[in-house]
Ligand binder design. Structure first.
Ligand code: MN
Ligand code: MN
Length: 470
């Protein structure tokens, strides 16, 4: 295949995939997108993604690391929301591993712990919510939402809920105010304040329980319906985790179907490409161990037991040492990380035709030019960034070039325009070489994020080549 980055030795120019990739690669890119779409439709929360991934891993003969020894394919799920997967190499882990690290949570709207109320004047039953992650609140009103999550019942059993995905299931709506009456409430305010978080209440039901003499006959009906459908009562919400996500399905986009629009590309697109890259490397007998790590809570700062700041990933690698019969001292565990190389797989912003002024074009990621690499993220004067070393950056570019991967360098936006972070610095704090690279997304954090199939496929190829590096 023609080398992607082959050019005049004096100039550099990135290449458009649809112009320069061979026909077979272009077809492969279009084909790769189909199962990814299905994955997006089935995995709308971190818990659902974890279950989906574990099922796929089992099909490929991966075993839980706390199970019986002897397999080179192991994984560990933690608290149902984060997981790490390894294909063990023949070299000692202290020589370092290759990892792709992404996150499987996405911005959404959570139900409050005590959500249900009957609105007196309208006699409707509503649910109070609390948004999760960096959403633009105005996008979440007047759009079909589905309800996902878990309820722990009185007897301790766990009830999975998914309502609003199937065509015959109801969806949920947070209604927006009609324009006719929005002059004072919305139009006079800035866009962030136009919809107050306290007004993101879901309209849940409207029927009345006829036998109920009390004032709250509508709420009584809702509780009875919930009890009939799920066997739950109002107190069960107090401990539940229930999330509202777009009820829409991922679709091809554009007259050429070269794009894919859907909820949760950030960051399930990097999670999916990382996992399929690993699975497609199973024919290798690697010296260096390959790890893919799927973290949770990235959208709210990566804190907590399942976020990337947790000791989970270190503990997993410690377990790998024990599993392989290697020195599992903390000194050796530190050495493992310090000799390791990691791609922080997270989405980045692409040049938006409607808002080109927020980007600096020469250093922005653009659609169809391959995986977007960010040497650093952060904001302002590179504040809070992981800045990948020149040596490691050059090494990664060489790996991508040799594998014929389409790639491009790019910053998130213009300097001082805003900014953002990933989990790169968290893993770099452990001493590993880390660089950010992932798919460029248009409309990031919206209900309907847009990606290019060329970039999706290029990211898969990039992760596959990187994981297999010896
Ligand atoms: Mn992300
Ligand atoms: Mn994000």
């Amino acid at each position: 295949m023609k080398k992607n980055q082959k050019q005049s030795p004096l100039t550099y120019e990135r290449k458009n995939f649809w112009k320069h990739a061979p026909a077979a690669e272009q077809k492969a890119a279009m084909d790769y997108a189909s199962p990814y779409k299905e994955f997006l439709n089935q995995c709308k929360t971190e818990r659902e993604t974890t279950v989906w991934m574990e099922n796929l891993l089992k099909k490929h003969k991966f075993v839980a690391i706390d199970g019986k020894k002897g397999s080179s394919r192991v994984y560990r799920v933690f608290r149902g929301k984060t997981l790490a997967v390894a294909v063990l190499g023949t070299d000692p882990l202290s020589k370092g591993f290759n990892m792709v690290a992404s996150h499987i949570d996405a911005p959404r709207i959570d139900l409050k712990q005590n959500p249900l109320y009957e609105d007196g004047p309208s006699q409707m039953v509503c649910m109070r919510t609390h948004y999760y992650g960096g959403i633009k609140k105005y996008q979440w009103v007047s759009t079909p939402l589905s309800l996902h999550g878990v309820v722990i019942k009185n007897d301790g059993s766990l009830l999975n809920i998914s309502l609003g995905e199937k065509d015959n299931e109801p969806v949920f709506i947070i209604p927006d105010l009609l324009p006719h009456l929005a002059r004072k409430e919305q139009y006079s305010k800035n866009i962030n304040d136009a919809i107050d978080a306290s007004k993101l209440n879901l309209v849940f039901s409207g029927m009345i329980e006829p036998s109920c003499e009390e004032k709250e006959a509508a709420k009584a009906f809702a509780l009875k319906a919930l009890n009939k459908a799920y066997g739950i009562n109002e107190a069960d919400f107090l401990s539940a985790e229930l999330q509202l996500v777009p009820a829409t399905k991922a679709r091809d986009a554009g007259i050429d179907s070269s794009m894919l629009v859907g909820y949760g590309h950030d960051d399930r697109i990097c999670a999916y490409t990382a996992l399929t890259a690993l699975l497609d490397n199973l024919d290798q007998k690697p010296k260096r161990s390959m790890i893919v790590y799927f973290s949770d809570k990235e959208e709210v700062g990566s804190q907590g037991a399942t976020g990337a700041h947790s000791i989970f990933i270190q503990d997993f690698v410690g377990e790998l040492l024990a599993y392989k019969g290697e020195d599992k001292s903390s000194a050796n565990l530190r050495k493992v990380f310090m000799n390791s190389q990691i791609l922080s797989g997270d989405v980045t912003a692409v040049l938006d035709p409607n808002y080109p002024n927020v980007h600096e074009k020469q250093n922005a990621v653009i659609f169809n030019h391959g995986i977007g690499i960010s040497k650093f993220t952060g904001s302002g004067g590179k504040y809070s960034c992981n800045d990948a070393s020149a040596e490691f950056t050059a090494k990664v570019l060489k790996i991508f070039n040799e594998a014929g991967v389409f790639w491009q360098m790019g910053e998130l936006g213009k300097v001082d325009e805003g900014g953002g972070g990933t989990i790169a610095y968290i893993l770099a704090n452990l001493g590993a070489e880390v660089i950010d690279c992932g798919v460029g997304i248009m409309g990031m954090h919206s209900l309907y994020e847009l990606c290019s199939k060329a970039d999706l496929y290029s990211t898969y190829k990039a992760y596959k080549a990187f994981l297999a590096t010896q």
